[in-house]
Design a protein around this ligand. Sequence first.
Ligand code: SF4
Ligand code: SF4
Length: 119
Amino acid sequence: MKFWREPLDAGEKKPPRGKVHILIERCKGCGFCITYCPKQVLEASTDFNRRGYHPPVVKYPERCVNCGLCSIICAEFAIWTTASPQPGNTDAGTGATPAEEEQTPQTAGTPRKEGNQGG
Ligand code: SF4
Ligand code: SF4
């Protein structure tokens, strides 16, 4: 994004950073999170989940600014982010992490504990 003018404190402020969490088996493959992410963090996986959809994978994790748009736009509650602790980011640790259900792209395809996800 190009601003028409540079903020005076642009050199002092660091943008927030986020960590993306994806429940691969809950994804319906609509692609909204991929299309509308303002930082192009995500892309469609070449793998299928058990329902036959291509879930998103995190292509550029360093780009995520924890804006939360992906979690808001996902009708399946399959993706969300938490703040990453780093210098200049004082909002770390505010997000809940249901780790027992989470599958990161790195663990996609490995067996996991069944959740109460229905159909
Ligand atoms: S939180 Fe924002 S920047 Fe990060 S992956 Fe989601 S939509 Fe993209
Ligand atoms: S918005 Fe949700 S259901 Fe759609 S592709 Fe992203 S994670 Fe899957």
